[in-house]
Design a protein around this ligand. Structure first.
Ligand code: MG
Length: 167
């Protein structure tokens, strides 16, 4: 099997007392998000998408909120671990597409920075990462500005083992 696909969805409510961290970037806009870790809703969705693609459970199993190790943790650690598990199964990122859903803050000015940051975390060129933002047209809980949601799809491709460079 050459390819694996996975999806991830994450939702966090706003907490004005915390910084807003998306794709590992601390935005100079808020409000922030509530959560045990840094509440990086994008990296959580991406982590779940990677884990989903390799049938390796979900982020809550690997990084339980009850574990004090992950208190205020930078969520990049979750993506790094998911990538490591994928590598152990012989897979690497082919591409990743993310949509952030929220009414505020306005993310348009940050999209390029977020795309670049996510590509760096995933270790791929920027044209293999989609980073989009949309609102809910003021409908429902997202529309009332109560929090952010992120949806991620990841395609993994088999790592070439020619030359035996990867163990
Ligand atoms: Mg989360």
């Amino acid at each position: 099997m050459t390819y694996r696909i996975g999806q991830g969805i994450d939702i966090h409510r706003f907490d004005a007392g915390r910084p807003l961290v998306l794709c590992g970037v601390h935005l100079d806009a808020g409000p922030g998000l509530a959560g045990h870790s840094d509440a990086d809703v994008v990296l959580h969705a991406v982590t779940d998408a990677i884990l989903g693609a390799i049938g390796a459970g979900d982020i809550g199993e690997h990084f339980p909120p009850s574990d004090p190790r992950w208190k205020d943790a930078a969520s990049r650690a979750f993506v790094d671990r998911a990538l490591e598990l994928a590598r152990e199964q012989g897979f690497a990122i082919a591409n990743c597409d993310v949509t952030i859903l929220g009414e505020r803050p306005r993310l348009a000015p940050y999209k390029t920075a977020l795309q670049t940051a996510l590509a760096a975390i995933l270790g791929v060129d920027r044209n293999r990462v989609g980073l989009k933002a949309t609102t809910a047209e003021r409908m429902g809980w997202i529309g009332r500005g109560e929090g952010l949601a992120a949806l991620a799809i990841v395609l993994l491709e088999a790592i070439s083992t020619e030359g035996g460079a990867r163990g």
